[in-house]
Design a protein. Structure first.
Lengths: 365, 365
DNA sequence: CAATTTATGTAACTAATTCACGTATGTCGG
DNA sequence: CCGACATACGTGAATTAGTTACATAAATTG
């Protein structure tokens, strides 16, 4: 339902501003002539656009290059420090916050532990504290944060409310986006953790060249996030990818069976060393995982399946049997790769989400 | 990856042409002033756009309204008969062809039976014959067909080739789009039948107000089609929705169990009459269906689930237990409705697909 | 220091759109 | 039948945005 609106001349300027800004951000620093070449616009148009952007504070002129032939060209750079965004992961046992500039470069990380049994208000206070510390510690004024996004396990609806959480006590019903907006008095978004991790992988991780992505987050509990056309696909209720709840899929007990007596890391370690029992347990786990993953893969037929979360650190010991089982179950199984990011994936995805909001709303895409 | 291109003034005209054309097609016949009001453009702009469209043959002036106050306004109408599109369903036992004008109004239907065991070339010849008869019978010159789309069961890849078919003999590997293009010497597309049926429902059926739709086509075999954001989501290999192949889902045997000795219609009939055994069998069938449907619903979290195909004619006898089982399996089950169309759904979806191609490529959206 | 190279500044021109205002052409009421 | 009214048409000026062309400016090179 793309609302098609009529355009007057100002639409052109909007379009060309976006084209120019995108080219400038890609290039880092560029001259008018260079920008004209890559955008296909005339130098004069680029100049007019950059003037406007300069007045709005998004672009700054930098000293010209030296030592090159001809008249020195004026050079411009995107002011990535014009504003900032914050991404926060609110997990069961830890809060991870990231502060990033408008280029998405992370300036500062902050991490805090929380008790798995902490009440909702405690967890929220810890999240707020962590986010504020992250920003303050980097020496960035709080009012310069333009958007914040939070990721958490459970189902998060379109408005940013947690509509269902099984793992975190008192978490169901929390208006995450509404509350996070008060931290910095800015726009706020909230989404499911696996969805954000998927976004992070598509942004800077192993899913960069994929358009439709399924991200499976495995740890104590397994969840999944879905990207369609490179964009988040939360679904009607924000529940897309929540296939783990289906009994036949068996994600519920899979992790329990895997670890039983030892820690997960130990099991994977033993399997890597060739231990028969460990190998069998990992294979069994991979099979369980593959059932759910294949349901997702068959439903969506993605370009890529990314495996992330704590257990994904096991690498090929887990990936190889997963690929095998997946191939058995799917007509045409997607490529399977491991996540690039570790603990930062969710917060990084939250940064991307917040940044996307800024790009749309503020820079006016 | 929306390629963002710079715009010169002609971009404005393109945009406004689209806006105007869309408004005109919606209105049927309209005056310049009316079009100006609904599009938000000035009367002069609308006039200029309509002049161009008139020269290109897409718009025609019709006699002014009589009996209204003031100077009679010139009235314009979209020339829906400027071109035509053809949609064809190539099924196991029948070919259904539909000829439609540029408004998507179906001018003529044509139907032919084929043997389920017919070889690929026979089936293709039957399809071609049916399509040609449909067009010829309506008195439309063959060269006025601008695009044709074909739908069939099995997996159809992006290029329009059947990459896997289990039901139709010799069907795997057939370059459906390539061959269909020769029928009328025009652009040709091909897609999976369930996907096209979904498209039809979204276009004019029970899914008109939904954005993300899962369509489950049930008959001898069950298949599913997926719409994301109102658009076809075929997936990487055109296999999105092919969840029936997953053993755990049980769609393979579901239909077999249902019918066993009687015909499906008889079983549904008996269930409607209150027959215990029939009710149990329908419930069992609904449960099997729900497992696969819930996997799709959980993966995609759609706005709506549409049930179509032969067995969907059973109506509430089947829908009610399906809804019940789905609610048990899903965190938040989607609304479930029956398909609006009967046997025409797939051909109608093919018409929509072909029309979409024309709108994009020819009318230049 | 002149030649070369490259960027800037200015002016003329085109495309598309809007606004304002006068003109044309119907219906309605006496 | 004719004037009042309503509504649409036609024309011209103004605005915004973008492009091309060319003279001018400011560096490096030999």
């Amino acid at each position: 339902m793309t609302e098609l609106r009529p355009g007057d001349a100002s639409l052109l300027r909007k379009v060309n501003t976006q084209v120019t800004l995108r080219a400038l951000r890609r290039a880092g620093v560029a001259t008018l002539t260079q920008l004209g070449r890559v955008t296909g616009l005339s130098r004069q148009t680029v100049e007019a656009v950059l003037d406007e952007l300069g007045e709005r504070g998004y672009v700054r002129e930098v000293p010209p290059d030296e030592g090159v032939m001809g008249r020195p060209a004026r050079r411009f750079g995107f002011r990535a420090d014009a504003g900032y965004v914050v991404g926060v992961e609110i997990g069961a046992e830890a809060i991870v916050a990231a502060l990033a500039d408008l280029n998405g470069e992370v300036i500062a990380w902050e991490r805090a532990e929380v008790s798995g049994g902490a009440a909702a208000h405690e967890r929220l206070e810890a999240a707020e504290r962590t986010a504020l510390t992250c920003v303050d510690g980097a020496g960035v004024a709080r009012r310069r944060v333009w958007a914040v996004a939070a990721g958490t396990s459970g189902i998060v609806d379109r408005s940013g409310r947690v509509s269902l959480s099984i793992t975190l006590p008192g978490w169901t019903g929390v208006d995450l986006a509404g509350l996070a907006g008060r931290w910095f008095g800015c726009a706020a978004l909230a989404a499911n953790d696996a969805n954000l991790a998927a976004l992070a992988e598509h942004w800077r991780g192993s899913a960069q060249h994929a358009s439709d992505v399924v991200y499976v987050l495995i740890g104590h509990r397994a969840g999944a996030g879905v990207l369609i056309g490179g964009r988040l696909h939360p679904g009607r209720n924000g529940a897309a990818g929540e296939i783990g709840t289906l009994r036949q899929v068996g994600w519920e007990d899979a992790a329990r069976e895997l670890v039983r007596d030892a820690s997960a890391a130990e099991v994977f370690e033993a399997a890597l060393a060739g231990d028969r029992d460990a190998l069998r347990r990992v294979d069994r786990y991979a099979e369980n995982l593959a059932i759910g993953a294949s349901a997702l893969a068959l439903a969506i037929d993605p370009d890529l399946l990314v495996l992330g979360g704590g257990y994904a650190r096991a690498g090929d010991v887990l990936l190889e049997p997963l690929r095998r089982h997946l191939a058995e179950l799917c007509v045409s199984a997607p490529e399977v790769v491991a996540s690039t990011f570790g603990d930062e994936a969710v917060a990084l995805g939250a940064v991307r989400l917040a940044l996307g909001h800024v790009e749309r709303e503020v820079l006016g895409l």
